[in-house]
Design a protein around this ligand. Structure first.
Ligand code: SF4
Length: 136
């Protein structure tokens, strides 16, 4: 899906060390949230302020995409389209879930129980898992 529209910034939150999550109300396409990498830089900070009007171009490359990360015991699944960028996973287990890194999930950086606990905190259910031995 692709669309363009006008919108206003409703909220800006710092995300990680140098990124921002902005909340936007568009004229014809409702409310959206998105990450702006480098959004806390002095150049971008001036543009990303509450009530600023923006011209928006929305391109969804990730429709129905599921990314998988196998640690040998479980396979973590992440659905980018479902993720609401709450940062709960990042705050809870940053050595595994770090959007500043590529890939952003490092499935071998914590034990499986800690990862499962964190996955179960995901408010949108963008994160899920299955035991790798029960391969889907
Ligand atoms: S906790 Fe879930 S919704 Fe929040 S950023 Fe992580 S994957 Fe996305």
């Amino acid at each position: 899906m692709t669309w363009s529209d006008e919108g206003y910034i409703l909220g800006v939150n710092i995300y990680g060390e140098n990124s921002s999550i902005i909340s936007i109300l568009s004229k014809d396409h409702g409310h959206h949230k998105g990450i702006i990498y480098g959004g806390t830089s002095s150049k971008l900070k001036k543009l990303i302020q509450i009530s600023k009007k923006l011209f928006l171009i929305y391109i969804n490359h990730m429709k129905n995409m599921t990314k998988k990360y196998d640690n040998g015991e479980i396979t973590i699944e992440w659905k980018p389209e479902v993720c609401i960028h709450s940062a709960i996973c990042f705050k809870g287990l940053p050595q595994v879930f770090d959007p500043r890194q590529k890939p952003w999930i490092k499935q071998n950086n914590a034990n499986t129980n800690d990862i499962i606990y964190q996955i179960n905190q995901c408010p949108s259910k963008a994160l899920s898992f299955y035991y790798t031995s029960e391969e889907k």
